[in-house]
Design a protein around this ligand. Structure first.
Ligand code: NAP
Length: 221
């Protein structure tokens, strides 16, 4: 375990596309990382790839449950279809933590906004008041996270939470990952961020890019 005064971040479902990108950014900024998976070996393989790329030992891999229990802050990046089942199975492990929900329930092939409630609100209802849920990173494309490490990402992060202190913690995480984060209201507002993801995918498709992102005007981070 690397010694660090920074919180330990577990990325639950961290073996896919979005999770390793976030993990890479935070490990690069010095945060201890636990990659979570349904299979410990798969998590360990992803952690090893990350450590190799950064020449570090910042990351290790565990099954999702133990990963959540050992972390201070958990980030949920399971495939969207598994959002509710994963939360139900991890409910006990997540008590007392901040849970960052990056879920955007948008079909890449037919991008349109999901209906209410937001994924983050659903997470809060499943997990109960012992977990502080924050919706964030739903609109940050995985490929942007993995490129140009050490440089800022051309994307800003709208952070939604009912608990302001938890939101401010996640804004710090966004900043550490190279993105400006902005508090954007309560958990129900996270539905709009999921919907914005549908718009970004539509823009990417029409303009033949992968880089459409959100920028705020009239605010200083
Ligand atoms: N991809 C992006 O650019 C992007 C951007 C912003 C937000 N997001 C959001 O981030 C989340 C993950 O997206 P992704 O593209 O990274 O997904 P992904 O690569 O398709 O899958 C992520 C992980 O989900 C886990 N998983 C699959 N089926 C599961 C099940 N039945 N139960 C529990 N875990 C399961 C797998 O981990 P194990 O097999 O190791 O358990 C897999 O590695 C989604 O909610 C998406 O909306 C994605």
């Amino acid at each position: 375990m690397p010694s660090s005064s920074l919180p330990i971040i577990a990325i639950l479902g961290g073996t896919g596309k979005e999770g390793p990108g976030l993990a890479l950014r935070w490990a690069s900024a010095g945060y201890p990382i636990i990659i979570g998976s349904r299979q410990a070996e798969k998590a360990q393989a992803t952690a090893a790839e990350l450590n190799e790329r950064l020449s570090t030992k910042a990351a290790r891999g565990l099954e999702n449950g133990p990963a959540a229990r050992e972390a201070d802050i958990c980030v949920l990046t399971v495939v969207q279809e598994a959002h509710q089942s994963a939360l139900q199975s991890l409910r006990a492990d997540l008590q007392g933590k901040i849970l960052v929900d990056a879920t955007a329930r948008v079909d890449f092939r037919d991008p349109r906004p999901p209906g209410p409630p937001s994924a983050a609100r659903i997470a809060q209802e499943i997990l109960g008041p012992g977990v502080r849920v924050v919706g964030a990173f739903q609109s940050v494309p995985a490929h942007a996270l993995k490129k140009n490490l050490g440089q800022k990402i051309d994307a800003e992060v709208l952070v939604c939470a009912d608990d302001l202190a938890a939101a401010e913690t996640v804004i710090e995480l966004a900043n550490a990952a190279g993105m400006a984060g902005f508090y954007a209201g309560g958990l129900d507002n996270a539905l709009v961020v999921e919907g914005l993801t549908a718009i970004l995918i539509s823009l990417n498709k029409y303009y033949g890019v992968k880089t459409a992102s959100i920028h705020m005007a009239g605010l200083e981070p």
